[in-house]
Design a binder for this molecule. Structure first.
Ligand SMILES: [Zn+2]
Ligand SMILES: [Zn+2]
Length: 478
């Protein structure tokens, strides 16, 4: 069976936020690796993640940094192989934390890290000798993917790693971190050289290996976005479900991933109801009076002004809640203080609504129509998520056409959102066909989510959109 391996080289993690991002240390790496793990999980087609080379910045204290890395990788829905470069920061502790076995067996392939000395010229004989010396000789039946964690000095002999030669030695691919010696040779035949993850554009590779003697195919992906985009759905410390959002870090991540702006779109209901009232749905019937002690509207307006002053890429916004009576939870002051607004149906009267729950679709449509026709919003947030949390649960397909028509008529964008949500391919395709614009929203409650649009762009390509992003997204600068 074919396999697909995600490959990351030299993340050079540091937990010291004072470090500037460089080829030596990457304070953003911890957030970028987390979003990489989420992205690969959403793709559902990756069999192994392999992180090789210099895991930590040179002088990094290994224990805290590797503990943070482990917490991220524990969330992966696929196996991970850590192949630290010998003698680099955290290499020994890494083997204690992640396990000393330097190989993984997958579908007839053995992915095997090999401690090859960087000063030695890599030839087939020297490689074979290193592989033979490894503690875990490969069973003959398995094709090997050889991982060389340290950048190598490649042989000058042309054709040394031709497909025929590799095949004769039962090697499916040789993977290594690009060394300075390889800088001038971007495409050395037979060797997959990986660029550093630790510096812009934060690249990684997906290597696909088929059965038989077919050469591997490789896709290079960067976590830096292919064009400047705005993230049009993010939260703040005002959210009761906030994790670690922080304006200074958000600015830094905007620089790193190519975000030209971030709309802060706090839930309007969180600004006027207590946590207990909001999550308990006590406000939803429309009869609960807003008590002054829970009113944080003025504080939010101040926060938006402060954010914009600190970094003009922050745009004042709001995620508008709506109650059962169709009342929009936002007053004049809040509307005047915000420019980019999205509308969301977060609740219905029934606890776990499904398309066949009596009254559920009717209630949903009444509220959705009210939001779309309100004249207050530019995008409909996570359409249908109220029926399908984390993608589990059916969506009411019978109203897709009606909503597309309404969005088109009122010039409101449909949001693509992967925060506890899976956008619907059929609905989104209908939006594209009808000329409804698309809005990308990370719905960030955590720093790692900010501008994490790889799943969004991948989804749009998967449903067949092959045109210019600017033609369909409201996130791109006009
Ligand atoms: Zn929402
Ligand atoms: Zn939200």
């Amino acid at each position: 069976m074919p396999i697909k391996i995600a490959l990351v080289a030299n993340p050079r993690i540091t937990l010291n936020p004072e470090s500037s991002s460089s080829r030596q240390a990457c304070p953003e790496a911890i957030y970028l690796l987390r979003r990489l793990v989420e992205y690969l999980g959403i793709r559902e087609d990756v069999d192994l993640l392999c992180i090789i080379g210099e895991l930590l910045a040179p002088a990094e204290e290994p224990q805290p940094a590797l503990t943070a890395l482990k917490a991220i990788l524990d969330k992966a829905s696929f196996p991970v192989l850590m192949a630290p470069a010998h003698g680099t920061a955290g290499a020994e502790l890494c083997l204690e934390i992640f396990g000393k076995e330097m190989f993984r067996d997958l579908n007839g392939f053995r992915v095997q890290a090999c401690d090859f000395p960087p000063e030695k010229e890599l030839s087939l004989d020297s490689l074979q000798a290193a592989l033979d010396a490894a503690a875990s000789p490969s069973p003959a039946a398995r094709k090997r993917v050889v991982i060389l964690p340290t950048g190598i000095r490649p042989t000058t002999h042309p054709g040394a790693f031709s497909p025929d030669v590799l095949s004769a030695h039962n090697i499916a691919a040789i993977v290594t971190a690009r060394s300075p010696a390889m800088a001038d040779e971007p495409n050395l035949a037979g060797i997959e050289a990986l660029d550093d993850f630790s510096a812009t554009p934060y690249s990684f590779a997906l290597l696909s290996l088929a059965d038989g003697d077919q050469a591997p195919t490789r896709q290079d992906i960067t976590l830096r976005l292919p064009l400047p985009l705005r993230d049009l759905h993010t939260h703040s410390h005002f959210a009761y479900c906030n994790d670690d959002l922080d304006l200074a870090w958000e600015s830094r991540l905007m620089d790193a991933v190519n975000l030209s702006g971030t709309a802060i779109t706090e839930h309007s209901g969180h600004l006027v109801f207590s946590q207990k009232e909001y999550w308990g749905k006590l406000w939803y019937s429309g009869t609960l009076p807003q008590s002054p002690q829970h009113n944080r509207k003025a504080a939010y307006r101040d926060f938006l002004a402060r954010a914009a002053k600190q970094d003009q890429r922050f745009q004042p916004g709001l995620e508008i809640d709506i109650d059962l009576t169709g009342r929009i939870i936002a007053d004049k002051d809040l509307l005047e203080a915000t420019r980019f607004r999205i509308g969301a149906v977060h609740f219905l009267s029934m606890p776990k609504p499904a398309p066949d729950t009596p009254g559920a679709v009717e209630e949903f449509m009444r509220l959705t129509e009210r939001l779309i026709t309100s004249g207050l919003i530019q995008a409909l947030a996570h359409p249908f998520r109220v029926f399908s949390w984390d993608g589990a649960g059916e969506k009411p397909t019978r109203v897709f056409n009606r909503i597309v028509k309404m969005l088109k008529k009122h010039n409101i964008a449909a949001e693509i959102n992967f925060h506890h949500n899976r956008p619907d391919p059929v609905f989104t395709r209908k939006c594209l066909d009808a000329g409804v614009k698309i809005s990308l929203g990370s719905d960030a409650h955590s720093l790692y989510e900010l501008g994490a649009f790889l799943p969004h762009l991948h989804f749009l390509r998967e449903i067949g959109y092959d045109g210019d992003w600017r033609d369909i997204l409201i996130n791109a600068e006009p």
